[in-house]
Design a protein around this ligand. Sequence first.
Ligand SMILES: NC(=O)c1ccc[n+]([C@@H]2O[C@H](COP(=O)([O-])OP(=O)(O)OC[C@H]3O[C@@H](n4cnc5c(N)ncnc54)[C@H](O)[C@@H]3O)[C@@H](O)[C@H]2O)c1
Length: 357
Amino acid sequence: MLTTLFRSEQGGHEQVVICQDRASGLKAVIAVHSTALGPALGGTRFHPYATEEEAVLDALNLSRGMSYKNALAGLPLGGGKAVIIGDPAAVTDGGIKSEELLLAYGRFVESLGGRYITACDVGTYVADMDVVARESRHVTGRSPENGGAGDSSVLTAFGVFQGMRAGAEHLWGAPTLRGRKVGVAGVGKVGHHLVDHLIEDGAEVVVTDVRVESVDRIRARHPQVTAVADTSALIRADLDVYAPCALGGALDDETVPVLSAKLVCGAANNQLAHPGVEKDLANRDILYAPDYVVNAGGVIQVADELHGFDFDRAKAQATKIFDTTAAIFARAQSDGIPPAAAADRIAEQRMAEARRA
Ligand SMILES: NC(=O)c1ccc[n+]([C@@H]2O[C@H](COP(=O)([O-])OP(=O)(O)OC[C@H]3O[C@@H](n4cnc5c(N)ncnc54)[C@H](O)[C@@H]3O)[C@@H](O)[C@H]2O)c1
């Protein structure tokens, strides 16, 4: 673990804090990857890791990812992430989450004096952040009743749409999806807002979702939207654009060879099943908009909450996802590298410049 931290490419973190509160059963790891651009912002993942080592590695990887995401979102924030080890269900439901545990966790967040700012992630919710915020000022993603910004899916979808417009301009010369056939896999919180933008822009939309109610809700609002049985049918549906908005790993060795779209741009995290997939996409001349760039609307929203949430200000920041995505595609082309590698270079440049300033 220490070798990873001090010597490997995956390391380089500024600070890693191991937290324990035996009374409540809290075992947590807070990883501050970089504060070059500002305090390290990143959510708290609550997960029953098989081993403590697995939890530390997840915190190291996720916090590094947040440094890149925040840098590319143009935020004056570094990257951090925390993990709490254990079943995130409430104590009454057989898990370990309790008010006592969250308060103890809040005291650890506070002890870092603002170097780390926490928020929700898998296994933690706005109600949990409200509790953590009783012990720490360095918490965002709270409920609207407690000064929070509320549902982040609105700006996440808006940001994905901006990234998609940038992809359309790069491929077809105009920043619009008008007349393009777009397949959206997963029409939950983000996906259904994305469909609204696409319809307004004049796109032809095809959707799929494992939950029939989600599809019915979209078709009730936009009867012109068509639905197919599953993702496998969607990716073969003669698409111009594929928008994965369900789970991670949407692009793998089975899907890429049969993908009909020329552009992939969606909200789902970790779309590439393994790093080699990006090269496979490039070999098929499919343009990939890096997921962590185009889905940054959510983090832009929670970051804005730190200053007293202002929807219009956050939306203006999310609009810049268009320029950032366009810059990434241009850099990928000029350097002859895949877009995700170009995104990493731009983020590293921003962090290095901040360190020199
Ligand atoms: N909500 C945000 O602000 C935000 C921010 C950044 C990234 N993301 C990512 O975007 C994705 C969607 O987030 P969300 O908040 O809309 O989640 P959600 O749970 O509201 O929606 C996901 C939808 O995908 C559907 N789905 C699940 N498995 C599927 C499958 N195999 N095929 C088709 N549909 C399937 C679900 O039924 C659901 O309707 C997730 O990967 C999430 O991590 C969300």
